[in-house]
Design a protein around this ligand. Structure first.
Ligand SMILES: [Zn+2]
Ligand SMILES: [Zn+2]
Length: 112
């Protein structure tokens, strides 16, 4: 990372290997060129990705089964907005997934 000296505008290299300069705090530094002391702040650039979410604009959510183990804990997740919902009885049947209480019943039976 580089900062400009606020006094002489020299471009100065900052060693950011240990990441301690990040976090919004002030870091002291002295200029190699004009020997002025100054402080700088640094922030890691956060990038945002944006995706279309038609379901937030009046289109029905498009749910797909999450890949969860055990599968009884699976949920339906909207592939557009990421909204989660529990499976309906029909969806459990369709994907051959039992309910969570059935799952616990099965483990208790197996341990006997
Ligand atoms: Zn300077
Ligand atoms: Zn959605």
């Amino acid at each position: 990372m580089h900062v400009n000296c606020p006094y002489c505008d020299a471009v100065l290299y900052v060693d950011t290997d240990d990441n301690t300069v990040y976090g919004g705090g002030k870091n002291e530094m002295s200029c190699d060129k004009c020997e002025s002391n100054f402080v700088f702040t640094a922030e890691i650039n956060i990038t945002y990705d944006s995706f279309k979410a038609d379901c937030l604009n009046g289109v029905p959510h498009k749910y797909e089964l999450t890949h969860t183990y055990p599968k009884e804990f699976s949920k339906m997740e909207c592939i557009m907005c990421g909204k989660l919902k529990d499976l309906t009885i029909e969806e459990r049947k369709k994907h051959n997934i039992g309910t969570i209480s059935e799952y616990f019943k099965n483990i208790t039976n197996e341990s006997r």
